[in-house]
Design a protein around this ligand. Structure first.
Ligand code: ADP
Ligand code: PEP
Length: 712
């Protein structure tokens, strides 16, 4: 057992994992508390504790919530009428009260804890999204609320820091904020790779001067002499050789290896700087091979280095919107994680972090496989020469746009603001460059995780991005790229569906831009159509209406999209009217505004021949003997351009069956929790015969894609 003192700035309740191979460590908190944590790599204790972590229930998608939402909407409309008479809660300052007036009345009380100088961002102000990393500077509920209110679109949690208890409590707080406030945010859990070796913990962060000695050791002790730190990988001394260049703090601090003993690596400082606890450490031109494939604990098939029973399972159980995977080197790693997510009946996007040479070599296949990409410039800058980082940033952003996948550019945007309240002019320019490239999102790391000015950094990133976007939109050639042809895929089914959808997205964008519309409204079940419109980078905000919180939250990462949850009514016009009403309430629209609406309308009953129906049924693998599962029946309906009516779905138990569907996800969570799923709706375990398929087709309606130009 070892005793360590904790960093005072860490949040209460945060138990930090720390290096000490196979050893149990005790950490001291606030001079009184002792907490147990364990070695990063092994995570054995953490593995045990995860079993005790209550599963985060995401029951907000439940079918019977329809009624609740309808009631909430009614209450909101009523409160809106009363707005002028009693604008705000009397207890709060007039300045804050004035700001809160912009929010729907039912959320004002909850938001009254915000500080008076809060910078509430009107909806639709900024298209480029901002990802903020949460850490000691921003993890308290009020800090999280402020971050979200001031425009953070995605909150990232880095599993390389903190433990499950801390991460879980942050996620629960974020969920509570989203439920009780009008703000929408996605949670992204960043899975550190064990390929990322880290230095130890410091009570006082050491400042290294040029030419001084610094020792890296694999001895794991209670304390170390000055200018010595442990490394998290015991094989470090075998990988490193005299003459190697070691990079810490994303390469800002550089050490030249002068001597290697059986436990220590003695170095000379080449580039000076201050070291932070648990910073990643790399050796230029070398990579660590951390595990032998025969070690069953170490090397799961879907990613090198991460224990499937810990970080990934934790993220999946928390039903976060995105998992970011570090050091992705192939599409296979992404696909394997996606399969695992699917196996767990979850609906989580996989963001592949590009931060290694191998990642760049397999870039295109990774982009194609992933749901999003992160240009992790910190680690990338240690894997390739500095001057190549901007070149690759541009290439990766463009490639993502070609594949219509969201792209996050990350790290060092406002690094000086970790210490100082104003940015350097070069940093401001770096933000504008990424905005010009029309990347989906920019990411703050240390600035918001442990910096001194997290909210100011967010405000500056916001205002710089908004200013640049305004400038770009004045360019007459802004949307000239829209006239180039769209991408197709090799998968036949996708081609035909995607081509129509892509063309619709394109036309809606051209129409909105040319006619100076106020917004594009998209009705989308899983967010696909909204992502296509987003990829056209329209000049106006995209308001996407979707049925589930999961899809709504996920849209937060996409350029220009703001998601809303709505109950889809059987009458499409009623759904559109509800959406318009919501936008009036949120002051996104005013009477007389021109809008573009992208929606599917249901037409009449189709005239489809028996032969056509049979041919689709057989092409999906069905036969007289072979029945088909419901997901194939849905696919068949899509191929015929149809949507089954609600009555038919109920009659044949077609609801809650699609794995991707969030209501299915809800059943899976309920099952894990041993909650009876009767209330939630049963899935049909029976297969569908050709006769049943024919009956469903007969009771289905034709889907007509529509773009409407409307004055509200
Ligand atoms: N949960 C956390 N607890 C403590 N510190 C954190 C946490 N998350 C981030 N940080 C701090 O912010 C810095 C930048 O965050 P990030 O880029 O996510 O980490 P890293 O570069 O260490 O992988 C980290 O090096 C660490 O000092
Ligand atoms: C975002 C990055 O990754 P991490 O913070 O996990 O080191 C980066 O390297 O830029």
């Amino acid at each position: 057992m070892f005793l360590y003192s904790s960093t005072p700035s860490l949040c209460k309740g945060q138990e930090n994992a720390r290096f000490s191979s196979n050893k149990l460590c005790v950490r001291k908190y606030d001079n009184t508390l002792f907490r147990v944590s364990t070695f990063y790599g092994q995570r054995k204790l953490a593995l045990k504790s995860i079993n005790h972590v209550p599963i985060q229930m995401n029951l907000k998608d439940s079918a019977d919530e329809k009624e609740q939402i309808a009631a909430e909407d009614q209450a909101e409309a009523k409160q809106y009428q009363q707005l002028k008479e009693s604008p705000t809660d009397k207890a709060i300052s007039p300045t804050l009260a004035k700001k809160l007036e912009r929010l729907p009345p039912r959320f004002r009380k909850y938001c009254s804890v915000l500080p008076e100088d809060v910078n509430l961002i009107p909806l639709g102000t900024r298209a480029t999204k901002i990802v903020c990393t949460v850490g000691p500077s921003t993890c308290q509920p009020n800090q999280l609320l402020r971050l979200i209110a001031e425009g953070a679109d995605v909150l990232r949690l880095n599993m390389s820091h903190g433990d499950y208890t801390w991460h879980q409590s942050v996620i629960e707080n974020i969920r509570e904020i989203v439920t009780n406030s009008p703000f929408v945010v996605s949670v992204m859990v960043d899975i550190g790779s064990l390929d990322s070796v880290r230095i130890g913990e410091f009570t006082v962060e050491p400042k290294l001067e040029k030419n001084q000695r610094f020792v890296l050791t694999i001895r794991h002790e209670a304390s170390y002499p000055p200018f010595t730190t442990e490394v998290s990988y015991d094989g470090f001394v075998d990988v490193v050789s005299v003459g190697d260049l070691i990079q810490i703090e994303n390469g800002t601090v550089q050490l030249l290896v002068e001597q290697v003993t059986s436990t220590d690596v003695i170095c000379k400082v080449i580039e000076s700087g201050t070291l932070k606890s648990r910073s990643p450490i790399s050796i230029r031109g070398k990579s660590y091979v951390l595990h032998s494939p025969s070690d069953p604990n170490a090397c799961p098939p879907y990613m090198a280095g991460c224990n499937p029973n810990t970080d990934i399972e934790f993220a999946i159980r928390q039903r976060v919107e995105y998992i970011a995977l570090s050091f992705v080197e192939s599409a296979e790693q992404v696909n394997n994680l996606k399969s695992l997510i699917k196996e767990r009946n979850a609906n989580i996007g996989v963001v592949a972090k590009i931060e290694s040479k191998a990642g760049l070599e397999h870039l295109e296949e990774i982009v194609e496989a992933a749901d999003g990409i992160m240009v992790a410039r910190g680690d990338l800058g240690t894997a390739i020469p500095y001057e190549m980082v901007p070149v690759w940033q541009q290439r990766i952003v463009s490639l993502c746009q070609r594949y219509k996948k969201p792209c996050i550019v990350s790290t060092h945007f406002l690094e000086s603001m970790v210490q100082y309240p104003t940015p350097t002019r070069a940093e401001v320019t770096d933000i504008t460059e990424a905005v010009k490239q029309k990347t989906d999102a920019l990411m703050l790391t240390t600035e918001t995780a442990s910096g001194k000015y997290p909210f100011k950094a967010l405000q500056i990133m916001h205002s710089v991005a908004v200013r640049m976007e305004q400038k770009l939109k004045q360019d007459p050639l802004y949307d000239s790229f829209l006239h180039s042809s769209t991408r197709t895929t090799t998968d036949n089914e996708t081609v035909s569906v995607a081509t129509i959808a892509e063309n619709i997205a394109l036309s809606a964008t051209v129409l909105a831009n040319q006619r100076n519309a106020k917004a594009i409204l998209v009705f989308t079940q899983k967010g696909f159509m909204a992502s296509l419109v987003s990829s056209c980078r329209p000049k106006v905000p995209i308001y996407a209406f979707t049925a589930t919180p999961t899809s709504r939250n996920r849209l937060s990462l996409l350029y220009g999209v703001r998601g809303f949850r709505i109950v889809f009514s059987d009458d499409p016009e009623a759904t559109v009217q509800r959406a318009i009403q919501t936008l009036f309430l949120r002051e996104c629209l005013q009477s007389g505004d021109l809008i573009v609406v992208v929606a599917d309308i249901l037409g009449g009953s189709p005239i489809i021949s028996e032969e056509e129906i049979e041919s689709v049924f057989y092409s999906l693998g069905g036969s007289k003997e072979q029945q088909l599962p419901v997901s194939y029946i849905r696919r068949g309906l899509r191929q015929l351009g149809l949507k089954s009516s609600d009555a038919v779905e109920a009659e044949w138990n077609m609801r809650d069956v699609d794995l991707e569907d969030s209501s299915r996800e809800k059943i899976a969570i309920a099952e894990e929790e041993n909650i009876s799923n009767q209330k939630l709706g049963k899935q049909s375990l029976e297969g569908f015969t050709l006769d049943k398929f024919k009956a469903i087709v007969a009771n289905s309606s034709e889907i007509i894609h529509s773009i409407q130009l409307r004055i509200v």
